[in-house]
Design a protein around this ligand. Sequence first.
Ligand code: 13P
Ligand code: SF4
Length: 371
Amino acid sequence: MSSALSTPQRILILPFEPYRDVATPELEDRIRAIKAEMGETLLILGHHYQQDEVIQFADLRGDSYKLSQLAAESETCRAIVFCGVHFMAETADILSRPEVEVYLPDMAAGCSMADMADLDAVEAAWADLGEVVDTDDLMPVTYINSSADLKAFCGRHGGIVCTSSNARAVLEWSFARRQRVLFFPDQHLGRNTARRMGIPLAAMCLWNPREPLGGNTPAALRDSRVLLWRGHCSVHQMFKPAHVAQFREKFPGIRVLVHPECMMSVVDAADLVGSTEFIIKTISEAPAGSTWAVGTELHLVNRLAAEHPDKMIHFLSPMVCMCATMYRIDLSHLAWSLENLAQGTPVNRIKVPDETSHWARVALERMLEVR
Ligand code: 13P
Ligand code: SF4
């Protein structure tokens, strides 16, 4: 029998609770230390909606499209710690090299929009639609804000993924191949993009997954070009056309810049629409002294205002519209995740099952090729 002394010590997972009470400067020092220790084997990716305290530690930051590309192109890391939400970490797992492990500092960092469509509901919709239209001529397009199994559904059915920055190119790709598109889960991105391509609203049906035929008549479905899943982003839904009107009245000459997850009436009233990366670029290149109202998540708008003191940057809504799930990734969770990773007890690994990963990758690679 081996003595207690010769028994190798099992390292225990560091529990999260004590991290809540650690002061910010100490958490920052500890995160810096882990980053220095792990060097190029660690890649921290951060989405633009992350809080300043977290985004400062991201090695690379971006919108959903850029973060997918960065994960696909990463060459030296063995671990990606994703400061963003669950579907982004899943996408990084699918697109990164097989030996890379992806971690999400807080598993509760989901996306309420992504949760509005699940595989059972989309498969049921597909079967229902098959009774009325030819599904061989129907292109499934999922917004990247969706679970991996919905991306895999698209991969299996000849479909594709899109992001807010390439939705138009993806719809053009789709219509070059098929007559009709089923777009999920964000009705607003689908509608805003199709409208700008010249597709009339009369050729779009809203698909309510709780109703037979999505709440549509067979004739309306047969006449349609785009079927829009009834999903939305609760953050971007807070911006209203009245807010645009109020800013225009108060600041004549103001430019209004919004994310395409905003409803159509807001996008129509705005001057410019685009992804978070587009919003950042537009503000960065704007002349000093220009005035802007920006309709997207609060942390990004506040950061833009702080980084561009020579420009007047307003948040488009009088309400606080922040993404509560992005906000779950805080310094405590980041430090907890990194310290467990460094001591060999990683927590919250995001691992998409192989079969799902394969087909989701097919749909994501189609997207990466389109641009
Ligand atoms: P972007 O791809 O524009 O960064 O958008 C992601 C998102 O979730 C917006 O709500
Ligand atoms: Fe999802 Fe909206 Fe948050 Fe983006 S802002 S991650 S769409 S809930």
